[in-house]
Design a protein around this ligand. Structure first.
Ligand code: ADP
Ligand code: ZN
Length: 220
């Protein structure tokens, strides 16, 4: 099964966790601009140097910087991918459409993971990420078997620097102003489905697989 998909949703909606599960099942590439940018920051690349201050402040990284890290990857995998954390504003959505249209490989579906605003803050501030493998736990909702230790690889869990309460308010404000309007952008193009993200993780994965499966390019 293959296809070109976008996963929308607020910070803390569970995009990263769900994207990993769904991509494994569908065999499509998981492209997270947050992960690509954090990797750029860690390796000290020019894009990483430009991105760091914006990320620490909970602001959007300038479009050109995001394009540089994403499109070098996307250009070799136009067949099957799921974008997580991109697009985040209208300029990014239009640039994505332009590139995919030029290649004759438009998007197949966009799914929004919907979580009520009042649950987002606690989801983000309780998130703990494995230093070694990137697996995501939550101190309350997805507790590791041993506190502070990754279930998958035994690595040390840590809080992402932009998951602190001081920065999260800014990230949620940016989401509401710039990213949430993309729901209408994709609904107008007949691409949008919505999944209730306020349930246990397995139920959400099932719904996502169903929503994406309907639009997959299997057998086409
Ligand atoms: P979350 O979805 O939980 O906010 P991400 O890992 O997707 O986390 O993003 C972390 C940060 O990386 C964002 O706050 C922003 O600074 C930057 N970033 C990620 N994707 C984009 C993008 N498409 N455009 C601009 N900035 C981005
Ligand atoms: Zn781990």
């Amino acid at each position: 099964m293959s296809g070109r998909f976008v996963l929308l949703g607020a910070p803390g909606a569970g995009k990263g966790t769900q994207a990993k599960r769904v991509c494994t099942r569908l065999g499509v590439e998981h492209l997270s601009t947050g992960d690509l940018l954090r990797h750029a920051v860690r390796t000290g690349s020019p894009a990483g140097k430009k991105a760091k201050g914006y990320m620490d402040a909970g602001k959007l990284v300038p479009d050109e910087v995001v394009f540089s890290v994403l499109f070098e990857r996307l250009d070799d995998g136009l067949d099957g991918f799921l974008l997580d954390g991109f697009p985040r504003n209208r300029v990014q959505a239009e640039e994505l459409d332009r590139r995919l249209d030029a290649a004759g490989t438009p998007l197949d579906a966009v799914v929004d993971i919907d979580v009520p605003d009042e649950h987002l803050l606690g989801r983000i501030t309780g998130r703990r990420v494995c230093k070694v493998c990137g697996n995501v736990h939550h101190v309350e909702f997805m507790r590791p078997r041993v506190e502070g230790v990754c279930d998958v690889c035994g690595g040390e869990l840590q809080q992402r620097s932009d998951d602190r309460a001081e920065v999260v308010g800014q990230r949620l404000a940016v989401y509401r102003e710039q990213t949430a309007p993309l729901q209408a952008y994709y609904a107008d193009r007949g691409l949008l489905a919505t999944v209730d993200g306020d349930r246990d993780a397995d139920a959400i994965t099932d719904d996502l697989l169903a929503a994406l499966g309907e639009h997959s390019t299997e057998g086409r």
